[in-house]
Ligand binder design. Structure first.
Ligand code: DON
Length: 593
């Protein structure tokens, strides 16, 4: 070919070449070319001691389970962003720096108070069962349970992720900054890496077996094995996926290259999620549940989370008692709470599920008269065995690793969100070429009546698997208002223990007047009806334990699994506290005018 001919061909295609170059540049978010200022490498020790103190600020507050995510939220607020902007940036950053729970391959819930409209909102961005799922998918042919961990480990365990669509929806409704800006820090930490803290290093060691089973996961997370602590975790594929999301919004995840890769890997490895499932995923605005408790307004998440329903149900029962007089964490108090919890979780097992598929008797369960009828069955000084407690009968009804973040801004907007991959590091599967760690949320469905899920929770028809249905959750992001302004907002990870942890943080603040540190440090108890075990965090003193045993409680001392992230507003100041149970959790008050 002569040079002349070559030139002619190039000239003929010049338009095409220019279009391709333009498209490529649109897809590449060049962090350094903009005004982007990374927070950079943060020495964890600079923050970890600080989390033991209550953070204070006049202009807003961020609390998350990782100090880098908290600093990103704070930065967005300082750039003039609102609480929604900061929450989205925090969510994307956690997907990078807290990979065991933060995610784009999972889902969650967000409860919001909007200062402009003075309204409350909640969005369900929970995972959805794929079209090809079916009720007995984890059972053998003879209907016995196929206990091969299929609902918790590997490709078959994942529901269609909802996180990116949820964040996109909140951004469209309430966001004030550009979408791309909200992903810059997450992209930065994925691309350049960040230092593995001692706590995260321990988690990577502990989950070595799970993280090394699937090659794409192994390649990312086991790179520094066994010297995790202090090494840099770099996630280049995840950075590229986040860049696509930054450039194209939710379509960067649910359509095109990323969606194709997810569907391809699923099909190749026995998973069910297809391109259509991804394309059809929609988050849902749902009416938040609103109730009152001793002159406070409780705003919380409704089904498919069970959290809000049962927090309100338990508060309705407990408002009939003078808890302060009974005394915090006394034998009587624990006895009362445990009995109340048993009734709530018994109802959960039968009546709670995705409201789009099952008629959930929300009004009945949260009815104050129903609460009184339960109160009348409880006698302090006695314990009723779980086998004698049955879910309530309502006429109309026939039919470990999560993370919470809270943000409040100077305008009065409040965002409370809990999202998850379900187990620690989800299903263990990273979709090849995308860096996306997938959830194992299908385990939150009831595989069959009488078969407990990984948290020991039982379920029935209300929570059976059906295509496009969302699994029942315990996640309980909650906002408490007093005199028409924020009092506090809270939420936690911890599987089935989330509901009781959030309940106790509400009681600690409202009934016992505790400040955030006291409320956080006090021991939490948990009873979920079945198994009939009273779980107690750390060791209660021997006398109390023995007295509880005397009441026929099967007392078990458990490791802490919850991690409350609370923001309080009092006398024109915001207060925040990162739960000491997770060393990297951090509340930030460095927010300026
Ligand atoms: O939605 C739920 O209730 C569970 N998937 C939450 C899992 C969880 O909190 C594990 N964390 N520690």
């Amino acid at each position: 070919m002569t040079n002349n001919l070559k030139l002619k061909i190039i000239f003929k295609h010049i338009k095409l070449i220019l279009v391709v170059c333009f498209l490529m540049s649109a897809l590449t978010i060049d962090i350094n070319a903009k005004n982007f200022q990374p927070i950079g490498t943060v020495n964890p020790s600079k923050y970890i001691p600080a989390q033991k103190q209550i953070a204070e600020s006049k202009n807003g507050m961020v609390t998350t389970q990782h100090f880098l995510a908290t600093k990103v939220g704070e930065k967005i607020l300082n750039q003039g962003g609102n609480a929604y902007d900061a929450a989205i940036a925090v969510g994307f950053t956690l997907a990078v720096v807290l990979p065991r729970a933060g995610n784009i391959g999972g889902g969650g819930f967000m409860v919001m108070h909007d200062s402009v409209t003075n309204q409350n909102y909640s969005i369900d961005y929970r995972e959805m069962a794929p079209a090809k799922s079916f009720t007995k998918m984890y059972l053998n042919e003879d209907d016995s349970f196929n206990d091969k961990k299929l609902s918790t480990f590997g490709y078959l365990a994942s529901g269609v992720p909802g996180t990116v669509a949820g964040f996109w929806e909140v951004h469209k409704k309430f966001g004030s900054l550009d979408w791309e800006l909200l992903l810059e820090d997450a992209i930065y930490y994925a691309e350049n890496g960040f230092e593995i803290t001692p706590y995260m290093g321990d988690m990577l060691s502990k989950y070595k077996e799970k993280l090394s089973y699937f090659e794409p996961t192994n390649k990312i997370f086991m790179k520094h094995n066994p010297n995790f602590i202090g090494s840099k975790l770099v996630q280049k594929d995840l950075a590229n996926t986040l860049k696509l999301i930054a450039a194209k919004g939710k379509d960067g995840f649910y359509e095109g290259e990323v969606a194709q890769k997810i569907a391809h890997e699923m099909q190749k490895n026995g998973g069910l999620i297809t391109e259509n499932d991804l394309k059809n995923y929609t988050p849902k605005w749902r009416k938040p549940l609103i109730s009152d408790y001793r002159d406070n307004k409780i705003i919380t998440m409704g089904p498919p989370s069970s959290g809000g329903v049962h927090i309100i149900q338990m508060l309705n029962i407990l408002e009939n008692y003078d808890l302060k007089q009974i005394g915090h964490n006394t034998t009587d108090y624990i006895n009362l709470l445990a009995e109340v919890m048993k009734y709530a979780y018994a109802d959960r097992s039968k009546h709670l599920g995705d409201p789009d598929f099952f008629d959930v008797p929300i009004l009945e369960i949260t009815n104050k008269k129903y609460a009184k009828s339960i109160k009348n069955k409880i006698k302090i000084g006695e314990s009723t065995p779980s086998s004698k407690i049955m879910p309530g009968l309502f006429e109309d009804n026939e039919s470990f690793e999560t993370t919470h973040f809270s943000v409040a801004d100077k305008y009065g907007n409040v965002v409370s969100s809990t999202y998850t991959l379900n187990s620690t590091f989800g299903s263990g599967v990273t979709i090849k070429g995308t860096g996306i760690l997938m959830n194992n949320e299908m385990d939150d469905f009831s595989a069959a009546p009488g078969i407990p899920n990984q948290f020991g929770l039982l379920g029935a028809k209300a929570n059976e698997i059906q295509p496009f249905k969302r699994p029942l959750s315990s996640m309980s992001p909650t906002i408490v208002m007093r005199d028409n302004q924020l009092f506090f907002t809270t939420g936690s990870p911890g599987g089935s223990r989330i509901i009781t942890a959030v309940l106790q943080s509400i009681l600690n603040i409202i009934d016992f007047d505790m400040n955030l540190e006291e409320a956080n440090k006090s021991k939490r108890i948990h009873h979920q009806w079945q198994p009939d075990i009273l779980q107690i965090e750390f060791s209660l003193n021997d006398a109390t334990r023995e007295k509880l045993r005397g009441l026929n409680y099967n007392v078990e001392v458990i490791d802490p699994a919850t991690c409350i992230q609370t923001i309080m507003y009092k006398n024109n100041m915001y207060y925040g506290y990162g739960d000491f149970r997770r060393p990297d959790a951090f509340a930030s008050g460095d927010i300026y005018d």
